[in-house]
Design a protein around this ligand. Structure first.
Ligand SMILES: [Zn+2]
Length: 274
């Protein structure tokens, strides 16, 4: 069997030809599929929805890496169909792993359990839109001008091995013109984490989304996490802890602000050790 990398025909199409719209048939609103490439002779119903959506994102230059949110492309109704398709694919994985999913009572429903878990739980943050974080104005005379540090429990998984990542994010901001409810910081962090991520990227994602929601330019995100891919396999290091930090504005440029942030984290850790 060849190990050569093959271009995905659905995503890449015929590289020699420019895209000619009249060769394609409209499907599902704006999606065009080339006859013969995505359909069997039974018609459109035979095309995998996942392939149609990948085609659409590729056409729009929409990145769909494991850590990206693709909720604009996936409706609630789509999810059921996507779970069915992923179930079929996981069945094939189990077959290839030589696991008797017909007779082993513990493996019977595993393919569907895996598919549902990916869409509804461990990768839910890819398919759900951003949590609603209504902002309250913080512009009165006695507005809060101090630092706010929120501790958020995180569960994620690494893109490389699909192993669990669990830890804590400390999110600090200097309050700007608007504030969001305290639970929203954690909702946003968890929404970013429920994807396939790298811890380094996750810290950046949380910082970007918190900046978007609060308008704060001065902010810091510090994450401490343990990685299943280091604990359960590979180096089998049971006490490995990875720390990542993203600092912006005064958190980066002003030594006192930075110190206050890390002092706050230490206080938090005394309160709730991990
Ligand atoms: Zn890993």
């Amino acid at each position: 069997m060849s190990n050569d990398f093959k271009l995905d025909p659905i995503l890449n199409g015929d590289q020699r030809q420019p895209f000619k719209k009249d060769e394609y048939t409209p499907l599902n609103k704006q999606v065009y599929v080339k006859a013969g490439e995505m359909m069997s002779d039974k018609g459109y119903e035979e095309a995998y929805l996942a392939d149609v959506l990948r085609f659409k994102m590729k056409r729009d230059n929409k990145r769909f890496w494991a850590g990206d949110n693709i909720s604009e492309y996936v409706s609630e109704d789509d999810k059921e169909k996507l779970i069915d398709e992923a179930t079929e694919a996981f069945e094939l994985v189990l077959d290839r792993l030589l696991i008797d999913r017909e007779n082993d009572p513990n493996s019977k429903g595993t393919a569907r359990r895996l598919a549902k878990m990916y869409f509804n739980e461990i990768m839910a943050g890819r398919f759900e839109p951003a949590p609603d974080a209504t902002a309250f104005t913080n512009d009165s005379q006695d507005r809060y001008e101090g630092m706010l540090v929120v501790r958020s429990e995180l569960r994620s998984m690494c893109s490389h091995h699909h192993q669990p990542v669990s830890g804590v994010a400390y999110i600090g901001i200097i309050a700007a013109q608007k504030l969001i409810g305290l639970s929203k910081y954690t909702r946003i962090a968890q929404w970013c984490a429920r994807r396939g991520t790298l811890q380094e990227e996750l810290a950046n994602d949380i910082a970007r989304e918190i900046e978007k929601a609060t308008g704060a330019k001065d902010l810091g995100v510090y994450i401490q996490a343990v990685h299943g891919c280091c604990e359960n396999r590979g180096i089998m290091a049971h006490s490995s802890l990875t720390q990542t930090t993203v600092l912006k504005g005064a958190f980066k440029d002003d030594g006192n602000t930075k110190k206050e942030f890390f002092d706050n984290i230490k206080l938090q850790q005394e309160f709730a050790p991990r």
